[in-house]
Design a protein around this ligand. Sequence first.
Ligand code: BTN
Length: 250
Amino acid sequence: MSETLFIGKNRIELDSIDSTNSYVANLLRDSNVIEGTVVTSHFQESGRGQRGSSWESNPGENLMFTIVFKPNFLSVNNSFLLSKIVALGIYNYLESISIDDVYIKWPNDILVGDKKICGVLIENQYKGTKIENSIVGIGFNVNQVSFGNLTTATSLKLLTQQDYSLNSVLDNLLSHIEAVYLRAKSKNSFEIEKEYLQNLLYHDEFKRYNLEDSTITGKITGVMPEGKLKMELQNGEVQLYSFKEIEFIL
Ligand code: BTN
């Protein structure tokens, strides 16, 4: 599986850039960018992660890329569907190369066991109640084997002791993401929501989580269309948490 219909047909390959997401944001401001455009870079000087964190990668060892989507079938109210689509596409790719123990950690980290192999940063631009552009940045650890102090990271090479061609991993990732995207666009998204939940870390299990100044025990029962985590507490009460409010304890 590596031919695509539209994702990656237009590619911009950079050697070094501050951040592929920022590069795409500028491109969208200055020109007409076709849907499916992919920007890759061998190195990012200030790669950005979620919650204002940074994303570090050795030059040329991992994939750092951004896909431009124009998901006008999504409104502000169900914008999180794109996160689910992308996470599921990455999950399906890892499954296709027989990597076991893969989980989606809400909102859209991809873990193998308890280590992170891939992070996703989605930045949406809205027009009225619709998403006009979605800037989907993906950092996927491929051939890097040493992550310094970061003990929570892994890569394909650490998992399988093999070297990978970055281009072929990219092609395969893009085609798996496209397959899920096209499914969501043409059909009811019910199946995608179901598959996302089936592969979601700690779904339907009571676990402890950190809140700002307390810890709670709760069971993830769903993810709302706009992205909030739905949690059932031990007393049966249902609570919704936004990304900034709750932290997993792995
Ligand atoms: C996270 O897990 O915190 C998200 C990490 C996203 C990293 C990717 S690398 C390509 C793109 N450009 C960026 O600056 N960030 C994303």
